[in-house]
Ligand binder design. Structure first.
Ligand code: CP
Length: 343
């Protein structure tokens, strides 16, 4: 599933952010280091499924600080830490944190560093998690910083794509990936396209309503690596021949006076559209949540029982990938194999 690695030295040193064992952006990874992380995630699979037990993080405490809504990221990071024998303390929303009393990011981060061994942070401002990270030397993981990045989501997405391609006997090099939806504010697609760009000769079709296109700096970064990028407002055109369809929610909560044109029912990824445009081996993904409210045209539920829909295999992969992130950042990945015992 992965290429051979010739790198030496601890993985956490090779992916360090400004010399610290922190995960803030997918820019910290090379193709070799990302695949090395995935080898650790493979090792975690039987622990994630509770077929085996490991307590390499026994006694360690995770601080889960979520200042924005979350189900998957918050719970799966917490579960991943617990599955390795650690425990979790958390705070959710500004209201129940002393930030509501005017405490700064710097003070919050310094205080938490004395209480916990690692932190996962989600915050509505782009760049804010880097501010937390600057104030501390303990591992900090970016759990989503506004419209910036969501590196752990992109890592589990890439892990899912490689796993699905391995099952289908396909290679990621040369594949066609369609990214659909709100590409302007969707932090998952910002991280994912940069991570996929570590592979060779990809074609990206970027399908978004007018006004919600992928930011230029990401297009330039991806284009410089020699990939083909096509942008369109037509879903049927963008999905044609895709190996992977990655749909995203329109993030209305981040709109600042924007009017979005063309976000209609024609924009919905549904069974008829997938049958019309793609082959039997296409993988349909979404970071979730999908928006089921009136007026939303998010990924249709009519694919729920279609084996091409990978969204719940994708969420399941969140646990072993996040376990691998903790094991690597805390420097215990080499102990996991020997610590395994039966349930
Ligand atoms: N995919 C994702 O980040 O989901 P949550 O917002 O539920 O954490």
């Amino acid at each position: 599933k992965y290429a051979q690695s010739a790198q030496s030295g601890p993985l956490r040193d090779r992916i360090a952010y400004q010399g610290k064992h922190q995960l803030l952006s997918v820019d910290q990874f090379s193709r070799e280091s990302v695949e090395e992380l995935f080898r650790v995630a493979d090792l975690m699979q039987p622990i994630a499924r509770r077929q085996k037990v490991s307590r390499v993080l026994e006694g360690a405490v995770l601080g889960n600080l979520f200042f924005e809504a979350s189900t998957r990221t918050r719970v799966s990071f917490g579960a991943a830490f617990c599955r390795l024998g650690g425990s979790v303390c958390d705070t959710t929303g500004f209201t129940f944190s002393s930030m509501a009393k005017g405490e700064s990011i710097y003070d919050t981060s310094r205080v938490m560093s004395g209480y916990v061994d690692a932190m996962v942070i989600r915050h509505p401002e782009k760049g804010s998690v880097a501010e937390f990270a600057e104030a501390t030397n303990i591992p900090v993981v970016n759990g989503g910083d506004g419209p910036g990045e969501h590196p752990s989501q992109a890592l589990l997405d890439l892990y899912t794509i490689l796993t699905e391609f391995s099952r289908l006997g396909k290679l990621l090099d040369g594949a066609h990936i369609a990214l659909v939806g709100d590409l302007k504010y969707g932090r998952t697609v910002h991280s994912l396209i940069k991570l996929l760009a570590l592979y060779r000769g990809l074609t990206f079709t970027l399908v978004s309503p007018r006004g919600l296109e992928m930011p230029d700096y990401i297009l330039e970064q991806t284009g410089r690596l020699g990939h083909t990028i096509e942008q369109t407002n037509s879903l049927a055109e963008g999905l044609k021949g895709a190996d992977v369809i990655y749909a995203t929610r329109v993030q209305k909560e981040r709109f600042v006076g924007e009017e979005v044109e063309g976000y209609t029912a024609d924009f919905q990824v549904n069974k008829a559209m997938v049958d019309q445009c793609c082959g039997p081996d296409v993988i349909v993904m979404h970071p979730l949540p999908r928006d089921s409210r009136e007026g939303a045209h998010d990924l249709s539920v009519d694919l729920n029982h279609d084996s091409r829909l990978a969204i719940f295999r994708q969420t399941d992969n969140g646990i072993p990938v996040r376990m691998a992130i903790f094991a690597v950042l805390l420097g215990v990945e080499g102990l996991v194999q020997h610590s395994l015992r039966d349930v």
